[in-house]
Structures are given as structure tokens and as C-alpha cells.
Design a protein around this ligand. Structure first.
Ligand SMILES: [Zn+2]
Length: 87
């Protein structure tokens, strides 16, 4: 019985963290997954995306990275370079 509860907590937290990671909320996913299990996975999967968007291609990127994995632009440089380019 205890193993079943332990398995629920471990798997819930692990899967929750994986779901949360995609949204930039691994900590929230792990914590809620620990308590709610599969229900939390759905909440995290449908919840808001906390990641920043690449200013060049507008796709979600991890915070503090030097190069966008989608378009290869430097997110920090693109913020400055994007000025004045509006139509
Ligand atoms: Zn990009």
C-alpha cells in the first residue's frame, strides 16, 4: 500500500515536471503532480506558457539563452534590432 502511494507521488511529480518543463513551469508541474497526479498533468498542459517568446520568430524559448533554437537569432540582440522595423 505504501509503495502504491510512493509510486503515485514519484510518477506524478516526474510526469508533472516533464509537462511543466515544456511550459517553463517544471517546479509547479512537479509540485501539483505530486498532489493531484494525472489531473495536474492536464492542468499544466493546458495552463499558460511562462516561457519568453523569441522576438525574431515569436516562438517560445527558454529564459537566458544566447541563441533561439528555432531561428538561430540572439534573443537579446533581436530585441534591439527589431526597433524601427515596423511597417
Ligand atoms: Zn527565434
Amino acid at each position: 500500500m505504501n509503495k502504491l502511494i510512493l509510486g503515485w507521488i514519484v510518477i506524478g511529480a516526474l510526469v508533472g515536471a516533464i509537462f511543466g518543463e515544456r511550459k517553463g513551469r517544471a517546479g509547479f508541474g512537479a509540485l501539483s503532480g505530486m498532489i493531484l497526479g494525472p489531473l495536474a498533468w492536464i492542468i499544466v498542459a493546458l495552463g499558460p506558457d511562462k516561457r519568453a517568446l523569441c522576438p525574431a520568430c515569436n516562438k517560445p524559448i527558454a529564459g537566458g539563452i544566447m541563441k533561439c533554437p528555432h531561428c538561430g537569432a540572439d534573443p537579446r540582440k533581436a530585441i534591439n534590432a527589431g526597433r524601427g522595423g515596423r511597417a
